[in-house]
Design a protein around this ligand. Sequence first.
Ligand code: ATP
Ligand code: MG
Length: 589
Amino acid sequence: MEESKTSAVSKKEAYIYSAVSPDAAQKKRFEAFLLKEQGEEFELVWKQDETVGNGFRLEAAGEVYDWTREGRYRQLADMLDEIAARYDDEESDVITLFRSSIDSWAAHVRPEEEGVVLTVGDGIVLAEGLRSVVYGEIVIFESGVKGMVQDLRPDCVGIILFGDDTDITEGSRVRRTKKTAGIPVGDAYIGRVVNALGEPIDGEGKIKASGYRAIESPAPDIVSRQGVDTPMNTGLLSIDSMFPIGRGQRELIIGDRQTGKTTIATDTILNQKGNGVICIYVAIGQKSSSVAHIVGNLKRQGAMEYTIVVSASASETAPVQYIAPYAGAALGEYFMYQGKDVLIIYDDLSKHAIAYRALSLLLERSPGREAYPGDVFYLHSRLLERSARLSDAIGGGSMTALPIVETQAGDVSAYIPTNIISITDGQIFLESDLFFAGQRPAVNVGLSVSRVGGAAQTKAMKKAVGSLRLDLAQYREMEVFTQFSSDLDESTKKQLNYGQGLMKLLIQPQGHPFTLHEQVIILCAAIAHVMENVPQNKIIKFRDEMLKHFSMTESALCAKIDETGIMTPEEKKQIIETAKSFYEDKWQH
Ligand code: ATP
Ligand code: MG
């Protein structure tokens, strides 16, 4: 550097690769070309390279100018790709356009920035030479495989691969695209199963995209948001009554393995039928067979009509699992910014964190707590912040997120669970003990909370719920204290019986969401102690028969509650009266 400043003779070197040495006239032309392109003079150095055929490759200041046959071919292919991306309507149109474009195409050598692979393995590539590449940029390898730049170092860059690394070896070339990672988006995605790159994996053919969205985009700012005030009903009595979720909220579903976490999410999807909410289920690091099972279930129940499944299964590489939730969020944003309501489920973020840890360790980032890299909090906060309820000025759309986290032996204070608890607006905590005791969904009433959803709960539900949460908390406490005592007084027995009854009422089979009026009726009847004398093992039967009775005798009231979300005090009285007389007529012997 010092030298080049002081002496005028030492010019920077540029390299010419060709099979035979260029003659003096050719050298002159190259020098003139570089002076025009880069605005400075270069010292030309010839390097013999048999692989370039009868063309030339010129490298100067990190840029590559390619006059070889492959280079020309690539430039032509790039031009055709650009055209194809713009015209995806009628095939015949694009062919004529190709023809005329090729006729008028003049080989124009553009500078390309290329790098050379240093090492490759486990879906990670280290490459040198890509001097101006930016973080998050997509790069393309000779084999056609794409990768994303995830690590910028002084002498090389770390790239995560989105495809097979078998054709990439030390010395392979890689070039910049100057684009950040994105996926195609469009209405045609609804009803489809895609991978993390937005490619269909359900065998139902091509998806016609109507746009392209970066997978990482900034979350809406405060001004673009408004408060959460519309319910996102799950159809699960235990959640809608005590931990209501609003549109635009982020509610964590957390629990050990096999505690019904996924079921809560899929039941919520089923409950959105016919209300215009678009659902996106992102499966991260799960077995393909489990995902197929979920898709099958959704299809059978007619829920795929408004659902998109993004799957990065356990057999995919860590980079692909890492980008899957961002890709899902990009699809969700496409709909949210059109003013639509979206429900997105990330199942699950523990596996996402593990995938990120794997690729960070492979990129040689320094490990922090539990070997996770230092930015693991940012990993999830930037994802979940993208859920929002947008202000009316920009369409009023929303994206509700239900991230799922798996705990080990109920430990919510482990690293990833505490992180995500602090990012979300509340959590539904599922407990193995409850689950195995048959209390399903296994919601732990004491440890679950919804911090913003209360504002979104319907008036009818608020009135019906009354003191349910408090009653249950008292019951749980009393249950612990009395479990070893044999002689209980009447009032304690009665209270225990009431609490047990409430718990039984919250039991709900998989795939059977309750409508609003059904939830309201159950709660009104329960809190008025209508089921006091129904034996515990018959409570569920009573509940279901009572609901049937209501749908036959009070259909107008039921429809009104569902439609308006309002219940007057008179109507509440009427519900309790009907429930009581149903008990007296049909159940009291
Ligand atoms: P994993 O940790 O494996 O992801 P998970 O916590 O997501 O498990 P699910 O797969 O939802 O749990 O449920 C586990 C099992 O419990 C499933 O067989 C499911 O059918 C059953 N199950 C879940 N919820 C209920 C319910 N409310 N009633 C009856 N069975 C249920
Ligand atoms: Mg699951």
